[in-house]
Design a protein around this ligand. Sequence first.
Ligand code: TK8
Length: 344
Amino acid sequence: LLGSSPVYATTPNLSDPPPIEGEVVTEDLGSHTIRVGLGLAETSPLYISTRYFGDILSERTEGRLTVNVFPNSQLGDDAQMMEMLQTGSLDMTIPSTSPATTYVQELAVFDLPFLLPTREAAIAVLESDVALGLLDKFEGTGIKAFAYHENGYRQLTNSVRPVESPDDIAGLDVSGLTIRTMENPVQLSIWEALGANPTPMAFGEVFSAMEQGVIDGQENPWSTILTSNFHEVQDYGSETRHVYTPFIIMMSERTWDRLDPVYQELVREAAQEAAAYEIQLATEYDDWARDQLEERGMQVTRLDDDQIAAFQDAVQPVYDQWAPRIGEDLIAEIQQIVEDTMND
Ligand code: TK8
């Protein structure tokens, strides 16, 4: 369960969604209610953009397609919701790539630490043919994947001590931090390399695990840390930016098959438009969320380049261990996009 405090009244100066234009399908091609399950809270950029996704669809079908959004992991966690797509008991979800590697192993490229150094490069990668090609690999799983959304740069929080270096995680004279990781073997390797006691866990259980002291900390983008009220149980944050993992907007193939091809095309387009809006919102939310966390009492440690380099050095074994399995060529292609973007 997520924190219990009321939804925040304050939100950043978020851009309004782009006006919904495009052709309206006036012909009755059937009525459908599409249920979308999300792990994050109602205040998250992801929830806001998913509501926009629904608005686009109902606008363009004169209300024949409607979207109901279920936030806060109330229908299950990422892994469970993907299984529900396969059986057809849920229509859509937008999970992180990390648990989705169960279906498409190559998506673990996004789990590699410090791969996408700037947001500009990261977004170029999300929109690239290389990354979009990975979504085609869901073929045959019972899931149709449409587009990436931003989750964002992941940052470390904990309830024990400020963290400036991997040594602070490992603890020299004291015990190492117990850190919740996503359910993914590369994530586990990262936190082992940093000297933590990594504990894989579904996102929906993280708040209470921290509240009960089962774990010392977790890592997620500032926006998720804020909108999930993690600062209520985490005194320290560190701006590590160690991983940039995206979300994927996806649909049950059973639902897809029930839709008229005209509606299928609308769903695909709306997913892309929602993704573009979400990436914009997530970008606007990020620094603002960090500042809000500080205002709400979290001690946030900024790290300089040398300090970040110490984290980078410590996680080098993760590349040695995983690059061959993820695919050296795929990694090189992504690195090339990053380089091209940075040289522009
Ligand atoms: C939400 C998750 C979450 C992810 C995690 O369903 O598990 O920490 O960052 O946002 O996908």
